[in-house]
Design a protein around this ligand. Structure first.
Ligand code: AMP
Length: 275
């Protein structure tokens, strides 16, 4: 039987080219999370002492693990969920975040796009019918999450974007020479005047598969419901599949590729943010 790369005991988890026993896998995930907080590969800490962090929880595995880890490491957090009212998809998300909130006795703030902001997403999609729905929804979510963060006067907003998100977004942007995306696909987006709250991605060192395995191992509940507006395979998912295919042929290249981009950020960074 293959041995754990950390302790030499029999390995049961084989992910991203590494073999671990269960205990060492947990240590590995938590170490990567801590290194992200310390800002490895980007030379800038994501979280400073006494920061109040709003954690944006969708109910999916990534943001649920993010919430769990920030809680476990005793950060000062305000969990926030935005109910988009997408039928069963949203109902399941609300259920998952509420349950977790009760389990760890930490209040989650749930905002409704309809009741709190007077936005009916169906109407928005109808008005913006020539634009992909995921893009429209993404813009509204980012706007509202930032607005909530400004109201709550937090120091930063943490989202569950992971290594696969970061690497695939970079690859897709390079394939299209999309310099705008390349200038800002980082784990830390600084605040902008009094308009944009600092944004951080503390899971940028952890792959999709690692986060799923960690959530399952620790019994962290999450929803696997697919958004009813996600029709067909979106390009970013296809890019993720292609990148993972290359990653199996060239072990570890997904990580090398993304960290290389992060280390060479001066190549793409713009001085001025355009709002
Ligand atoms: P997505 O753009 O859906 O892949 O989500 C990226 C990240 O945005 C998630 O990991 C969450 O941190 C956050 N997020 C997405 N949807 C919501 C939501 N409905 N409420 C709160 N945060 C969300």
């Amino acid at each position: 039987m293959a041995k754990c790369v950390r302790c030499g005991k029999p390995a049961t988890i084989y992910l991203e080219g590494l073999r671990f026993c269960e205990d060492c896998f947990k240590i590995h995930v938590e170490r990567e999370f801590e290194e992200a907080i310390e800002g490895h590969a980007i030379e800038s800490r994501l979280i400073n002492a006494n920061d109040r962090i709003m954690v944006a929880v969708s109910g999916g595995k990534d943001s649920m693990v993010l919430w769990y880890l920030l809680h476990k490491f005793n950060f000062n957090i305000v969990p926030v969920h935005l109910n988009l009212h997408y039928g069963v998809f949203s109902e399941k998300s609300v259920e998952v975040v509420k349950k977790f909130s009760e389990k760890i006795s930490k209040k989650v703030l749930i905002y409704s796009v309809i009741e709190d902001f007077g936005i009916n997403m169906e109407d928005v999609f109808r008005k913006a019918k020539n634009r992909p729905r995921c893009a429209v929804c993404g813009v509204i979510k980012r706007y509202l999450i930032n607005k909530i963060a400004l109201d709550l006067k937090v120091d930063s907003v943490a989202t569950g974007h992971n290594l696969d998100d970061g690497a695939a977004t970079t690859l897709k942007a390079i394939l299209n020479w999309d310099f705008n995306t390349l200038s800002r696909n980082y784990p830390l987006t600084p605040p902008y005047k009094d308009k944009l709250v600092k944004r951080i991605k503390p899971l940028y060192r952890l792959a999709d598969a690692e986060l799923k395995a960690y959530a399952d191992l620790l019994g962290i509940d999450y929803t696997t419901e697919i958004c009813p507006y996600k029709i067909g395979r979106v390009t970013l998912s296809k890019t993720k599949d292609i990148l993972n295919e290359i990653n199996t042929q060239f072990k570890g290249v997904k990580r090398t590729f993304y960290y290389g981009y992060l280390r060479n950020n001066t190549l793409f960074k713009k001085d001025e943010v355009e709002l």
